[in-house]
Write a protein that binds this ligand. Structure first.
Ligand code: FES
Length: 376
């Protein structure tokens, strides 16, 4: 077997780890318990850098945890934890004098098992449920409240009005998601390590398919033709639950950067924004920027707003006036009519002709710069 010198022994003292180049492969070297061992650096999941992972005693062995999404490998055998059959490539290591040598070929080859993603297979395969004739209207209510102490929500009430009208007047299929009932994790920022670490379906969804965002992805990406998002105004912005959902939609937009793949096609969005005081236009602008970046189309006049001005601290009267408002009843319907008219037009758009003028990874000013720790 051939060996190649990768570093000096002094470069990797007890308790250290290091990523080295062996031919065309990157290899993660570990020096723990007086033994230097080497496994492939590219995690079998999405090629995260194992050499940057944390090494700990677990499962009666020494395991490294991938810093991207937590897959684990025994640093002495390359094996996955008990119960998993994945095998990371394992290299032989020799120490000669002050030199650390690694075999040029793995003594155990990498092998990745098929992992059961059946629960989210429709998302993986993008099994769209829309048809040329479908009229599927998804309402997403982003207001938060204590379900043990339910209260009247102006934004949700307007959304209910709009959905009822869409079903009655346009024969649409309607669905309402209330984010507060879904119980979903906040984005954990995998993208900030590497664009490939932010996956579709979302990394969190892969790890925890019963996370509440699975329902949002399924209904928004696969089922809906029209998405109506309602939000209260909280300190001049959309609700915190709206932003929690928006951050988890980074994986949808990231597919454009990674694969030039637009997941949202021929879909219309509009917004319901209500507050006791003001800032409707700022909230609408922020939401529209995000939703257009996902690929949604807007009808003209794509939001309904309600507020009573800066001095309107008497919130009890806000609800009273909202319930009596003919303006709300009328504009909720007009917004739906605008969405349906726009939908009937965009159903005929050839989406293959629509380009996403977004940066691709090769557009970065540093795309030619190599990060020695990364595998991709
Ligand atoms: S767990 Fe390693 S890349 Fe996902």
């Amino acid at each position: 077997m051939e060996f190649i010198r990768v570093c000096a022994v002094t470069d990797i003292p007890e308790g250290a780890q290091k990523i080295v180049q062996v031919g065309v492969h990157k290899v993660a070297l570990f020096h723990f318990e007086n033994k230097i061992t080497a496994i492939g650096n590219a995690c079998l999941h999405k090629a995260g850098p194992l050499g940057l992972g944390k090494v700990e005693h677990k499962y009666e062995g020494l395991y490294v945890t991938c810093p991207w999404h937590g897959w684990e490998y025994n640093i002495q055998t390359g094996a996955a934890p008990p119960g998993y059959k994945d095998q990371q490539s394992l290299y032989e290591v020799k120490v000669e004098g002050d030199d650390v040598l690694v075999s040029t070929q793995p003594v155990k080859k990498a092998h990745r098992e098929l992992h059961d993603l059946k629960i989210i297979e429709d998302l993986v395969k993008l099994d769209y449920l829309t048809t040329p004739d479908s009229k599927n209207i998804l309402g997403i209510s982003t207001t938060n409240m204590n379900d043990g102490l339910p209260r009247y929500s102006t934004s949700e009430a307007a959304l209910e009005l709009a959905l009822a009208y869409a079903a009655e007047k346009h024969g649409a299929s309607t669905k309402m998601l209330k984010l507060r009932e879904l119980g979903f994790r906040a984005c954990e920022g995998y993208y900030s390590q590497h664009m490939n670490a932010c996956t579709w379906p979302c990394s969190i969804t892969e790890m925890q398919p019963d996370d509440g965002m699975t329902q949002v992805y399924r209904d928004m990406i696969l089922w809906a033709d029209v998405v109506l998002v309602s939000t209260p105004i909280r300190w001049g912005n959309a609700s915190s639950l709206y932003f929690k959902m928006a951050e988890r939609l980074n994986c949808v937009q990231n597919q454009i950067t990674l694969k030039d793949r637009v997941l949202i096609k021929n879909k219309v969005a509009s917004f319901i924004i209500t507050g006791g005081q003001d800032n409707i236009q700022q909230v609408a602008g922020q939401m529209m920027v995000f939703f257009t970046d996902l690929g949604f189309t807007f009808p003209p006049f794509s939001f309904l707003g309600w507020s009573r001005g800066w001095t309107a601290e008497d919130m009890d009267k806000n609800i009273m006036q909202f319930k009596q408002s003919e303006y709300i009843k009328r504009t909720a319907k007009e917004m739906v009519d605008n969405c349906m008219e726009t939908l009937s037009q965009i159903k005929h758009v050839h989406t293959e002709n629509i380009k996403a003028p977004k940066p691709h990874k090769e557009d970065s000013f540093s795309s030619g710069v190599i990060n020695p720790d990364m595998n991709v």
